[in-house]
Design a protein around this ligand. Structure first.
Ligand SMILES: [Fe+2]
Length: 173
């Protein structure tokens, strides 16, 4: 029975470590989006502010999803330290460009975890991580589409207002 119980700790230490690193990245993303929301609020981009508040909440949910998985698998989930986030931006476009850079970084990290799981034949964690793979496709799509608006419409005050009004209607099907 003791051996059977031990088998419940199914995830390798090296993967637990990577999952904890992902917890930190999601927490960092949540904090970064909060700063972006504050900047948008300050500059009267109300819809973009709403978008980033929402993103910030979602990133915290991602963090908690990973956190619980680590614990459920018998690992020790680590509440991460968060570094200071960028809170000054030169334009609304720069805010979204920074968001896209963050998302690309998160996607790379998730892909590395999936690759590691495959190498270790940890199919349970790989399966768990597929939700994040899918989520990243969506996150990147939405921010890229918003950045296309800047290309199409330019950045004069009226265009910025128009772009701001559209950010929450971009969806990935
Ligand atoms: Fe995330």
């Amino acid at each position: 029975m003791k051996d059977l119980l031990r088998q419940r700790v199914a995830v390798q230490d090296s993967i637990i470590k990577k999952l904890n690193n992902q917890v930190k990245l999601e927490a960092q993303a949540s904090a970064a989006y909060l700063s972006m929301a504050a900047w948008c609020d300050q500059h009267s981009y109300d819809h973009s502010a709403k978008f980033f508040y929402q993103q910030s909440s979602e990133e915290r949910e991602h963090m908690m999803k990973l956190f619980h998985y680590i614990s459920d698998m018998g690992g020790i989930a680590v509440s991460p330290a968060i570094a200071a986030t960028q809170n000054e931006f030169s334009s609304l476009r720069e805010v979204f460009e920074t968001a896209l850079e963050n998302e690309i970084h998160v996607t790379e990290s998730i892909n590395q975890i999936v690759a590691e799981c495959r190498k270790a034949s940890d199919f349970a964690t790989e399966n768990f991580m597929q939700w994040f793979v899918k989520e990243q496709v969506e996150e990147e799509f939405v921010v890229r589409r918003i950045l296309e608006y800047f290309e199409m419409l330019g950045e004069d005050p009226k265009s910025l207002l128009l772009i701001d009004e559209r950010v929450n209607s971009v969806t990935y099907e």
